[in-house]
Ligand binder design. Structure first.
Ligand code: ARG
Length: 463
């Protein structure tokens, strides 16, 4: 049998393989709610403009509500021979209300319909991701408040560089998440124009009111060019690119958690609820959730790349290639959402080993810069020379197998005779972090202040 929705000029039905490659119902059924919402708005507008009768529109709207409850109740039979969600819904509507169903598709096409549905779906997803990113920020802010003065080594090249506070480190990710939210909000703002009524590609001869449907669906305005409206997928690309950046941020934190929880570092311990054991090595506590967050960023980046490749060669307007926009986007946005939930859970529940962090911060000559700065301040040396003197002192300490503050004053004076015992006050890690009071620096007082500001900005409970 030929397709009952578009089979008018076809003598026979599609090959089984044709049906399989053509159908999208397996994945686009996910936006049934958006599809029905769009159709209801369209029917109401058609009646308002006298294009269909009020009576038919009422039947259509009631019928669509019935289809919606069937789907929500798990009582809907999704049929692959009906290709996609649009035709599945419309066909079932015809079963339920008869001939009036055939009037719903007046002055629209699946091309503007799918663009509208997908925009509505992406918009809902962006709103959800924004809430999740806020939760992630709140979890980090709470840890930053708790650990404003907890000292850990700061790294460059993953080599101990200078002591920082764990709170400061947490707030670094709060800043990244804020920019991620900004990018998602930006994508949302730009996508919020309604394609419905652009029809197949050229608009329609029916006297529709596109402003009315745009408004009913919560869009700021109708799109201005019908060709663009049905062939635009930059709203998906933009969302995926913001998602890829957010996933990359999560992946970096995941990598840090993996490193920090190895026995070699022992900075943090994940709770049992976020680790797994090994079937052969009883001592293992594997940070699987963090590893998977790190890995899932690959899916998000991959989805962005594959959709860019799908789109890059397509002439205007719609081509069926564009049906391939959905699976990768769904997969990527699901992965990001799950990663955010897992990462927020880990941040909330990990235990911080302050002793191990402090001990590591004290090793590796992490206060060498403080020493050089002191030589500049107290002895008036030019920084380059102070750097050189400090280098010589580090070499001496290294030879002795000790830290800088284990050098005696006499040993220091062999390198630079002007050094006094005041120098020891800058060699401790507490003094080092406390002195970093420049705007954006790691000093505990800065961190407390920044965490408080973030708590207020995010509407943290108890602020
Ligand atoms: N399932 C299709 C998609 O996802 C809907 C649009 C079909 N349009 C068409 N002209 N065949 O892209």
């Amino acid at each position: 049998m030929s397709n009952k929705m578009w089979g008018g000029r076809f003598g026979e039905g599609p090959d089984r393989i044709m049906e399989e490659i053509n159908a999208s119902i397996g994945f686009d059924q996910r936006f049934f709610a958006q599809d029905i919402r769009g159709s209801k708005a369209h029917a109401a507008m058609l009646a308002e403009k006298g294009i269909i009768s009020r009576e038919d529109a009422d039947k259509i709207v009631a019928g669509l509500d019935a289809v919606l409850s069937e789907i929500e109740g798990g009582k809907f039979d999704f049929r692959r021979d009906l290709e996609d969600i649009h035709m599945n819904v419309e066909s079932r509507l015809a079963d339920l209300i008869g001939a009036a169903a055939g009037r719903l598709h007046t002055a629209r096409s699946r091309n503007d319909q799918v663009a509208t549905d997908f925009k509505l779906y992406i918009r809902d997803t962006l709103d959800h991701l924004d809430e999740q990113l806020r939760d992630f920020q709140l979890a980090l802010v709470a840890r930053a408040q708790e650990h404003a003065a907890t000292i850990m080594p700061g790294f460059t090249h993953l080599q101990t560089a200078q002591p920082v506070t764990f709170g400061h480190h947490c707030l670094a990710y709060v800043e990244m998440a804020a920019r991620d939210r900004g990018r998602l909000a930006d994508a949302r703002k730009r996508l919020n124009e309604c394609p419905l009524g652009s029809a197949a590609l050229a608009g329609t001869s029916f006297p529709i009111d596109r402003h009315m449907t745009a408004k009913a669906l919560g869009f700021d305005a109708p799109t201005r060019n019908s060709l663009d409206a049905v062939s635009d997928r930059d709203f998906v690309l933009e969302t995926l690119s913001a998602a890829a950046i957010a996933a990359t941020h999560l992946s970096r934190l995941a990598e840090e958690i993996v490193i920090w929880s190895t026995p070699g570092f022992d900075f943090v311990r994940l709770p049992d609820s976020f680790t797994t054991g090994s079937s052969i090595m009883p001592q293992k506590r594997n940070p699987d959730a963090a590893e998977l967050v790190r890995a899932k960023s690959g899916r998000v980046i991959g989805a962005l790349t594959s959709l860019l490749i799908v789109m890059k060669g397509l002439p205007l307007a719609y081509s069926k290639d564009m049906q391939e926009d959905k699976e990768a986007a769904f997969d990527a946005l699901d992965a990001l959402s799950l990663s955010l939930a897992a990462m927020t859970g880990m941040v909330r529940t990990l235990t911080v080993n302050e002793t191990a962090m402090r001990a590591a911060a004290s090793r590796g000559f992490s206060t060498a810069t403080d020493l050089a700065d002191w030589l500049v301040r107290a002895l008036g040396l030019p920084f380059r020379q102070a750097h050189h003197v400090t280098g010589a002192l580090v070499a001496k300490a290294e030879k002795k197998g000790a830290d800088l503050d284990a050098l005696s004053l006499a040993e220091m004076q062999e390198v630079e005779p002007g050094i006094t015992d005041e120098v020891y006050s800058v060699l401790g890690v507490d003094n080092s972090v406390a002195s970093r009071t420049s705007f954006g620096g790691t000093a505990p007082e800065n961190v407390r202040e920044a965490a408080k500001r973030w708590g207020e900005a995010l509407g943290q409970a108890g602020q």
